[in-house]
Design a protein around this ligand. Structure first.
Ligand SMILES: NC(=O)C[C@H](N)C(=O)O
Length: 322
């Protein structure tokens, strides 16, 4: 049976070309628009250029537009969706979609590290693999996935790890959930289902701060204001903070601003294990919420989604802990 796949182009290098001076630029006409996927089997592609943006121009408001468009796709008879996206913020859009789309429909996000006319361009290849994954029966109910360089990654944990290499998307700690090989889609692991919050607005005022040796209170104090709705902190190691930040952290908590903690480490999960001044035990006792296994940018999207859905207090904590 022919699968009907919705293609949503948003821009990024996959939609760009190299000019005569070697610089990469956006195109007025998307180069993927004319690609034939005859070799991919029975698929009908319905294409929309929802944005034509470099991904550093992506915002939560635009992620919401994309999410709302995909949420309408199932009722419109689509069997899956492929989103093409710039790679710089792809991981944030992917988790936003994963957290806000509750349908079983396969949703695949892909991009490219080399633009459409560069030697060794990976755009058409990744696009074809993404369509194969979106139309595979095994992709039903897998949540949003990212397909790049023959690997299938869960949107929840995948991250860009290299500035230029085509093998840039990796899932630290857990690894990919599958591979695409010779057009065949093979899943090797499943990840736990998570709660979906189909929000229809996004709150501003959710920030991300990275901790460092000798960090003082200044950055945190600058965020201690009524416009701040929540802060994610990329803490040190297993989830610890320099002692000079504790006063500013306590003041943010006293002002009712949710503080969410992840680790700045590439692998592992932040846990409140260390019992010294600024250690995780201390931070958890203060009411800082530990968000397990997400990177800082992803935890920020999750906090933003939770707050935008109106979650507060224990509900917010439970959502972020899960
Ligand atoms: N490879 C890429 O897509 C990077 C580009 N700067 C973007 O994110 O739009």
């Amino acid at each position: 049976m022919t699968k009907k796949i919705l293609i949503l182009h948003t821009g990024g290098t996959i939609s760009m070309s190299e000019d005569e001076t070697g610089k990469i630029r956006p195109n007025a006409q998307n180069p993927l628009a004319t690609v034939s996927l005859a070799a991919s089997g029975k698929v009908e592609l319905v294409t929309e250029e929802i944005f034509n943006l470099p991904s550093p121009h992506m915002t939560p408001e635009r992620m919401l537009d994309l999410s709302l468009r995909i949420r309408r796709a199932e009722a419109a008879g689509f069997d899956g969706a492929v989103v093409t996206h710039g790679t710089d913020t792809l991981e944030e859009t992917a988790i936003f979609l994963d957290l806000t789309i509750s349908s079983q429909l396969p949703v695949v996000v892909t991009g490219a590290m080399r633009s459409s006319n560069e030697v060794g361009s990976d755009g058409i290849y990744n696009f074809r693999q993404a369509v194969a994954v979106a139309s595979a029966p095994d992709s039903l109910g897998k949540g949003v996935v990212v397909v790049m360089n023959d690997e299938i990654h869960s949107a929840r944990y995948v991250t860009k790890t290299h500035t230029t290499n085509v093998a840039t998307f990796r899932t630290p700690t857990f690894g990919p959930i599958g591979i695409v090989s010779d057009g065949h889609v093979n899943y090797v692991q499943t990840i736990n289902p998570q709660e979906h919050l189909p929000i229809d607005r996004v709150l501003p005022g959710v920030f991300l701060v990275k901790a460092y040796a000798g960090m003082g209170p200044e950055l945190l104090q600058a965020l201690d204001r009524p416009q701040t709705k929540g802060i994610v902190i990329e803490a040190l190691g297993a989830g610890n903070m320099p002692p000079q930040t504790l006063g500013a952290l306590q003041s943010l908590i006293d002002h009712g601003i949710p503080l969410v903690l992840v680790s700045r480490c590439f692998n592992g999960i932040a846990e409140p294990v260390y019992d010294y001044e600024g250690g995780g035990v201390n931070l958890a006792q203060m009411g800082i919420i530990y968000c397990r296994g997400l990177t800082g940018p992803k935890a920020r999207i999750k906090l933003l989604v939770g707050l935008s859905a109106g979650l507060t207090g224990r509900q917010l904590k439970k959502y972020l802990n899960s």
